[in-house]
Ligand binder design. Sequence first.
Ligand code: G6P
Length: 364
Amino acid sequence: QAAQKGGYDTFMEKEIHEQPYVLSETLRGRVDNDVRMDELKEININWEKLERVYFLACGTALNAASFAQDLFRQWVPACPSFALAASEFRYGNYYLNSDTLCIFVSQSGETADTLAALQLAKEKQAKTLSIVNVLGSSLARKSDCTLYTCAGPEIAVASTKAYTTQLVLLVCLMIALSEKLGCQPKDVSKLMADLKRIPEITKDMLAQQEIVKDYAQCLKDQKDAYFIGRRLDYFSVVEGALKLKEVSYVHADAYIAGELKHGPIALIDKGTVVIALATQEEVASKTISNIEETIARGANVILITTQYQDTHAFQKVLRIPDVHPALAAIPAAILLQLFAYYGAVLKGCDVDKPRNLAKSVTVE
Ligand code: G6P
């Protein structure tokens, strides 16, 4: 096992550090002046008639799916899209027909709830597309079309590299779909240029690991942590909170920054750990002023933001580089994964095999 860990202490640490490589593998041949996604031809659908899109997944993959739903809504506002926990899909009486596209996201391609959602979609003649990491897995075999993340084997129970490769592939897919539907993402040329830079950007994030390790010390005597963000940042902090609770057993909740004042702020006291993400320029300053409210109540805040925000009110700041807002979730994920990892190490947890969790859940 030590040899398999390639010099790292744990598989989780190794897999976090593999991200520059696996992201470039996942992007290989996909991005030029345009996004290349020939696999979409395998779906027998009249794109002009597409009525709605469902994103279905579980766990970390559901957080990637929710992120994609938000992008699709921004870029293709006329076509309704919904991200749903696959475990809920069969019981919700959702509208499905042959002009519906169901997109399944899964590392293993074997999660029972996601397979059951696929089964229902097929029964209702919906079109099916899977984003999967494991070659030839059940989801891949049973879908009309499969896009593979090239994350390689993910051994640690907590998903890291599978998640960021899902994000980058979903961004590519959302660009491809928006073009098919006659829409275009904002600043598409910057988006294309930044997609190619993603492996380099993730390397720069990993170089900040010692600072993150130092900031993670704030979890030492804490049982709780609160993660805050708006818009796309909200889905990133939901995943950041999931990662922390999975590996460190710190109770972690994620909130929409604008909702803080409607309840969660009651939980903030002297020393409460708050991790705030403010990468979306349109709303970043609003998130920052919400977080200043928590500082006024004694919170111990770590702020992750862009190069441009005024952060004079904050002592612990991590910066992500200038990148298209649709891609900011990837560098942010690296920092949040490192934070969860070092938090778990600090607490002496078995990082690779958290209690009660399985890598792949094959029961409903
Ligand atoms: C389990 C794992 C999670 C994973 C989820 C979905 O709960 O512990 O890390 O996100 O299953 O797995 P999948 O293979 O479908 O992505």
